[in-house]
Ligand binder design. Structure first.
Ligand SMILES: C[S@@+](CC[C@H](N)C(=O)[O-])C[C@H]1O[C@@H](n2cnc3c(N)ncnc32)[C@H](O)[C@@H]1O
Length: 288
């Protein structure tokens, strides 16, 4: 009971929650929206700016990936969730992708990777056995399939096996990946998605890692879990680096922890990496 009260107070006291509610449900804003005086794109961007949207970190990454694709004159991208479980994240991704496509014109294919039987056997301390256990987060495949749209593809099995098989398929360039596999080992195998030809990747891929910041008991750090898999990836790859976006936290109106969980995989040797992305006149105006 004490914990529930502390949890409630923590949530109620969060300034960001208060701001979200007052701003998103501000009567003037809602009235303008319903009178269709605010275009959907503005409404989406406004909600995104103040975290007044479901999974703002998915929304931010997906929207930025679609804008990148648009600037590079691409028509379609892929968005992936590693670790689906009951499917709440995948369903948010579906909803968001509908809005992002409407606003940007970029079509989005969605893929969800999962083992079905929950978390696999733990390898060693790097998988954090003090907070995870084999079998956590099982998936009910038939229930989930009923909730999903037909355009979303579930890729079932251990990512160690399914990622290399997936890479043999034809798919649109990957623009966004949500990593939520909990373990170091699983994330390490999932990161092999980047071992592919450049046509399968945007030059800069937005990544959200769900286990970068944890609870006080979880004590996430760079020597275990997702952070270790990112560090090892960067050590191995000379021309591909996974890096945080400098200053993202400070730029956001609402200071949320998720900005420290967003990374970008830079593919420096990608043919499109150096392509200028601003419409020239706009940029010129800003610089003058
Ligand atoms: C925390 S849950 C995902 C929750 C989901 N992203 C959400 O937001 O609702 C973690 C999932 O990762 C999956 N997983 C962990 N290691 C895996 C592996 N090696 N291969 C495939 N799936 C794995 C588990 O089956 C589990 O369903």
């Amino acid at each position: 009971m004490k914990n529930i009260v502390i949890h409630l107070i923590n949530n109620i006291m969060k300034i960001e929650t208060y701001q979200k509610l007052t701003l998103v449900f501000h009567p003037t804003l809602l009235l303008l929206f319903f009178l269709r005086k605010i275009p959907l794109s503005w409404f989406f961007e406004l909600r995104l700016a103040i975290d007044g949207i479901d999974r703002p970190y998915y929304a931010y990454c997906l929207f930025q990936a679609a804008l990148e694709a648009k600037a590079l004159h691409l028509k379609k991208i892929s968005a992936i969730e590693f670790g689906v479980a009951a499917g709440n994240g995948l369903i948010s991704l579906e909803r968001l992708s509908k809005q992002v496509t409407h606003i940007t014109g970029i079509e989005i294919d969605i893929y969800g990777f999962d083992l079905v039987t929950g978390l696999p056997k733990i390898s060693d301390y790097r998988d954090l056995p003090y907070i995870w256990k084999k079998g956590f987060c099982k998936m009910n495949v038939s229930t989930l399939r009923k909730r999903l749209k037909r355009s979303t593809t579930l890729i079932l099995g251990d990512v160690k096996d399914t990622v290399p098989i997936f890479l043999e398929r034809d798919f649109s360039p990957i623009g966004f990946i949500a990593f939520d596999l909990d373990y170091y080992t699983s994330t390490k195998f999932a990161l092999r998605i980047f071992h592919t030809i450049e046509n399968n990747l945007l030059p800069r891929i937005f990544c959200y890692f769900d286990n970068i910041i944890g609870t006080d008991e979880e004590i996430m750090c760079e020597f275990t879990g997702e952070q270790l898999s990112i560090r090892e990836f960067n050590n191995i790859h000379k021309n591909k680096k996974i890096a945080k976006i400098s200053g993202l936290y400070h730029k956001r109106i609402i200071k949320s922890t998720w900005s420290d969980m967003v990374y970008v995989m830079h593919s420096f040797k990608h043919t499109l990496y150096n392509r200028y992305i601003y419409p020239s006149e706009d940029r010129q105006d800003n610089l003058n």
